[in-house]
Design a protein around this ligand. Sequence first.
Ligand code: TRP
Length: 334
Amino acid sequence: MDKREIVVSGIRSTGVLHLGNYFGAMRNYLRMQDDFTCFFFIADWHALTTHPDTKELSASVHRVLAEYLASGLDPAKVTLYAQSEIPEIAELYLLLNMLAYKGELEKTASFKDKGRQHPENINAGLLTYPVLMASDIMVHRAVKVPVGKDQEQHLEMTRNFAQRFNHRYGVDVFPEPYAFNFGENLLKVPSLDGAGKMSKSENQMATLYLNDEDDMIRKKVMKAKTDGGPTEPHSAKPDYIENLFQLMRLVSAPDTVRVFEEAFDQANIRYGDMKKQLGEDMVRFISPIREKARDLEKNKEYLHRVMEEGTQKARASAAATLSEVKKAMHLNYR
Ligand code: TRP
């Protein structure tokens, strides 16, 4: 039997993936695929909590899968699937809902944020979003969850549900999962307008998507917020300038970053030059992923095959957990 630590993570199929998804999640998936037993999925049920229109859903799910593969995930090493193909997740979700309290769900930051964004659709799925996410993780009894900083609270809730289950039913079925980021701080990829982080739906001109055309990438970077530059040497960087440097550190050569760091420190930086350089380095980074994802998206037969294999592996793992769960709860009548 495979004794490696179990890893689960997912991305919602609500839009095109962006640089924040890449550096917050996907880059860690890539670094984990050789050393852990990895389950990476597309959270299409979670997408329904805020995007009830399903006309584009299957195209979005295929696109996320193509972007996973284009970024370098290898279906021979990791298990790839869509959440909705695994009924055991829904079953565990139902059972965990009885261990989740209204009060703790209502005070979850993501619930409050999404409620504010969609006051006309504060549905029960949105309220129990963290329970579904806990089910995604617990159904494979995962211990490591590569996610960005914004998911910390959901992970903490998952640990609570796992403990509560074990305690209530006097078993040790569920380990406690933790967010994982190779010992670095959980990364947040800043948006180009100096306000907040890159996002699938908000501030599209300030977010770099993995399917942006080269000219669009350059254009977005050139529009990033700057100012007249520091007026004296050794100044502190304003947030929006620090953000540009942070983006540069992600995709540019260390020497390049150093040149601009020094120019800033000497108060003779030219932000136009810096953004031109950053634009080119972003194009170099994004365009191969974009092109590969587009080719893969056209190859439906291949995508279906990857999903079919992934679904089978994921269901086998999930069914084993559910059988332990039902035994622990005495939900076995025959
Ligand atoms: N909530 C995550 C997000 O918005 C997506 C997600 C759903 C997830 N289920 C998960 C991430 C399980 C990790 C593990 O990004």
